[in-house]
Write a protein that binds this ligand. Structure first.
Ligand SMILES: Nc1nc2c(c(=O)[nH]1)N[C@H]1C(S)=C(S)[C@@H](COP(=O)(O)OP(=O)(O)OC[C@H]3O[C@@H](n4cnc5c(=O)[nH]c(N)nc54)[C@H](O)[C@@H]3O)O[C@H]1N2
Ligand SMILES: Nc1nc2c(c(=O)[nH]1)N[C@H]1C(S)=C(S)[C@@H](COP(=O)(O)OP(=O)(O)OC[C@H]3O[C@@H](n4cnc5c(=O)[nH]c(N)nc54)[C@H](O)[C@@H]3O)O[C@H]1N2
Ligand code: SF4
Ligand SMILES: [Mo]
Length: 728
């Protein structure tokens, strides 16, 4: 067993190990010095994938002397198309971070973390888990993650093997609300064919901030073709340079805008009647409902004038089917508002009225890769658990596979959830109110976090198990759906800097064995990968060589309207499923949950191009950009600030019912006066994340722990704050 060391020496040791191998942390000087020394070394090229965000772009890693040298976007990967974003370059330096986890850690009685051996970790976790299951049943155990390639395979199998249905994903704070709306309406979430569209509306989706390289190139292509681009956002976001028009909408009211635009399409007979006749149900009910939602009514609600609403709807109707409201991700109808799911439904239906589904320039359901799976005769699969996933009865409309992850802390407080695994997830800072998470997770008997650094969630855990970074390991083969489905592989580019870290496939396999369910884990990652590529007629050798392989025989069928994955097989303008769950069959105006009063503001948030969620804040190279440009500031409308005697750069206190934070302010004309806006990546509190800690504030501290009625999502923008200047 390893000798226990204090945290201080743990950090020191980690720095020393990293220094022995290469850099202690990323600093430009030493990077350049070692770079020039290595100039003449041979270069190796490894095609792999980025893990800087959920896009997981393909990339080519170049190494020299076993060290990362340079990165490029993979030309054949549908999300990179030859380009990586700034995060893609910066996040790779995680390999050399001095704040990485290096060995399994256990929380001791005094609350401090001390290193333990893997054997001890597996043994203790396995024993504890078995006793919890024996006493409280397998339903008292949950597993939460961002489903990335290896995790999707191993973690889902692991929780099932334990007999628990309680598998959850991070989408509870991302786009579950949108997907709930889309799934029950058009049977899934297609992607807008931006490059070929002639009229594009973005509602709370900013390609220039929430970056995916191929989306940016598609937009550039559309502009080159002469497309009209409208952005609807309370904030003039960084897609604005591409836009012809910015509609500064009152936050939380996009539903009214889309309902009124639908009203105009119907009133002016500009919808695709043939499509509705052949492929939709419930249109008459919907038509009746939207009669009341006139542009004049919507002007009152949204602050966008009626004439503009009418003109845009008319122009889109005339441009159909090459007109589209982009499907968005998280902004307006992601997990932000009480009405987000309903907005999602309205957006899906507006596109259906344009008849753009599976049409060039419209909404395209992509082809899927169709990966193979392990042969259950050779490698027995765990049976489906008997119980229903916790939360499914409360939120029957929510996406089944993903579940409602915030059920875990809720049930923990009720004394029903006893153990949880967090893999590749910083739920405690990102999914819901951090104070609530802390109290709830402290009630549980066993929390295990698998991460690469000591996140806020790791700090609420009994055991913290370290993975090597994505540059240092192989992952499971993955399929990326789209116009042309693509099979992709993340593979090791450099040797492990910290030899005592273990990849998730090994961790879950060993945890399963220690928990008495090892019979479902008799395969290796390579066995899985071989099975995954087998039906594609591709070998692992080929995939290792190429990294990303487009499957030319798996292309989206453009021009043919599919059968929709809904109960009727059609687009459901009226949904029995919604009615059965206690909601209106057709989309109906729902106001946001809270409204700012004069002098108070709605707190909104969004992505910044150089950071991902909470995971990149500790990357010195990326955080330096934040510091150089003061990117952590709170945005405030200039006129509003004037009323309060606040000047640009002043320190302000932002207070809500839940918390109070202090931050510098950025005054701007690019923001609706009723909102203040904070970039979403800051407010790290873990003292182990030495670069990130203390910069900016965590908006989640202000978000009450609550559930959106339709999808169970976090309703992140349903927060009112006061802002006042902090006296010098
Ligand atoms: N740089 C970067 N890129 C990323 C990520 C990242 O972390 N960093 N993460 C990826 C992931 S997982 C996601 S989900 C996507 C998210 O990408 P987006 O969907 O673009 O999400 P956000 O940046 O959260 O919000 C987009 C815009 O919505 C606006 N908005 C806020 N409230 C409203 C409203 O009521 N109505 C309207 N119309 N607009 C509103 C905000 O001002 C913001 O400009 O980004 C992906 N790409
Ligand atoms: N505060 C805040 N909350 C947010 C958001 C935000 O931007 N800020 N964004 C929202 C959105 S759109 C989404 S999709 C979710 C995202 O929520 P999460 O998926 O939880 O994303 P992160 O907050 O970045 O946390 C990811 C965690 O995974 C760890 N990690 C990184 N690489 C690896 C790896 O290779 N293996 C393992 N085991 N762990 C790894 C990181 O160190 C980090 O602790 O959060 C939502 N909530
Ligand atoms: S969008 Fe950027 S961070 Fe995300 S996977 Fe692609 S290159 Fe990496
Ligand atoms: Mo997300």
């Amino acid at each position: 067993m390893l000798k226990p060391v204090s945290r201080r020496s743990f950090i020191k040791a980690s720095a020393a190990t990293a220094a022995a191998v290469s850099l202690t942390s990323f600093d430009m000087q030493s990077w350049m010095t070692s770079a020039s020394a290595e100039e003449k070394a041979a270069i190796s090229t490894i095609p792999t994938t980025c893990n800087g965000c959920s896009s997981q772009c393909g990339m080519i890693a170049y190494t020299k002397n076993g060290r990362l040298w340079k990165l490029e976007g993979h030309p054949d990967h549908p999300r990179s198309r030859g380009t990586l974003c700034a995060r893609g370059h910066g996040y790779a330096t995680l390999v050399y971070s001095k704040d990485r986890l290096e060995q399994p850690m256990k929380r001791m009685e005094n609350g401090e973390y001390e290193p333990i051996s893997w054997e001890q970790a597996y043994k203790e976790i396995g024993a504890k888990l078995q006793s919890i299951i024996k006493e409280h049943g397998p339903e008292s155990v949950a597993l939460v993650q961002d489903p990335r390639p290896t995790g999707k395979v191993y973690a889902t199998r692991f929780i099932k093997a334990l007999g628990s249905p309680n598998y959850y994903t991070h989408h509870v704070a991302c786009n579950n609300s949108r997907d709930t709306g889309f799934n029950h309406t058009i049977g899934g979430v297609p992607s807008a064919d931006i490059a070929n569209s002639s009229y594009i509306m973005f509602i709370g989706r900013s390609y220039g901030d929430g970056i995916r390289p191929s989306s940016m190139s598609a937009l550039a292509q559309a502009k080159e073709n002469g497309a009209k681009v409208v952005i609807v956002d309370p904030r003039k976001n960084n897609t604005a340079p591409f836009a012809d028009q910015w509609l500064p909408i009152r936050p939380g009211t996009d539903l009214a805008l889309v309902l009124a635009m639908s009203h105009v399409l119907i009133e002016k007979d500009l919808y695709d009647e043939g499509f509705i006749e052949d492929h939709a149900t419930g249109f008459e009910e919907f038509k009746k409902e939207v009669e009341q939602y006139t542009p004049e009514w919507a002007e009152e609600v949204t602050g966008i004038d009626a004439q503009t609403i009418e003109t845009i709807a008319t122009d889109m109707g005339e441009a159909k089917p090459k007109a589209v409201i982009e499907q968005s991700w998280r902004g307006a109808f992601g997990c932000n508002y009480k009405n987000s799911t309903e907005t999602g439904r309205a957006v899906a239906l507006f596109n259906a009225m344009l008849g753009n589904i599976q049409q060039e320039g419209g909404y395209i359901f992509g082809a899927s890769a169709g990966l193979g799976d392990l042969d259950p005769n050779q490698f027995p699969a765990p049976p489906e658990p008997d119980a229903v996933k916790d939360g499914e009865e409360d939120f029957p409309l929510a996406p089944r596979g993903r579940g409602v992850a915030n059920i875990v802390p809720l049930r923990a407080k009720e004394g029903k959830m006893k153990a949880a695994f967090y893999h590749h997830s910083n739920a405690a800072l990102g999914y819901g109110n951090p104070e609530y998470y802390k109290e709830a997770l402290n009630e549980m008997d066993l929390i295990v976090t698998i991460d690469v650094q000591m996140s806020e969630t790791a700090l609420l855990s009994h055991y913290v198990l370290p993975e090597p970074s994505y540059m240092e390991r192989d992952d499971a083969v993955d399929g990326v759906g789209g116009g042309t489905a693509t099979v992709v592989l993340r593979q090791k580019a450099v040797d492990r800097v910290h030899p005592n870290t273990k990849p998730a496939d090994e961790i879950f396999t060993e945890l399963a064995k220690a928990s008495g369910v090892g019979e479902y884990f008799t395969f290796t990652l390579e066995d899985y990968n071989k099975a995954a590529v087998e039906p594609l007629g591709i070998t692992m050798d080929e995939l290792r060589e190429k990294g990303s392989i487009p499957l030319e025989d798996k292309k989206a069928d453009i021009g043919t309207v599919p059968e929709f994955n809904t109960p009727s097989g059609k687009v459901e303008f009226a949904s029995q499923t919604f009615e059965d769950a206690g909601f209106n069959a057709v989309p109906t105006w729902i106001p946001p949950l809270v409204e700012p009063k004069n002098g108070s503001y709605r707190l909104t948030t969004g992505k910044q191009a150089i950071h991902s969620h909470t995971q990149t804040a500790n990357i010195p190279m990326l955080m330096q950009i934040t510091k150089d440009y003061d990117l952590e500031r709170l945005w405030m409308n200039r006129q509003e600030a004037k009323k309060k005697g606040i000047q640009d750069g002043d320190l302000v206190e932002v207070s809500s019912e839940s918390a109070s934070s202090t931050v510098k302010v950025k005054l701007t004309d690019r923001l609706h006066p009723e909102t203040v806006y904070i970039p979403s990546h800051y407010g790290i509190t873990s003292k182990y994340l030495t670069t990130a800690k203390g910069v900016g504030f965590s908006y989640m501290e202000h978000v009450p722990f609550h559930f959106q009625p339709m999808s169970g999502c976090s309703m992140i923008h349903e927060v009112i704050v006061d802002v006042r200047k902090v006296d010098a």
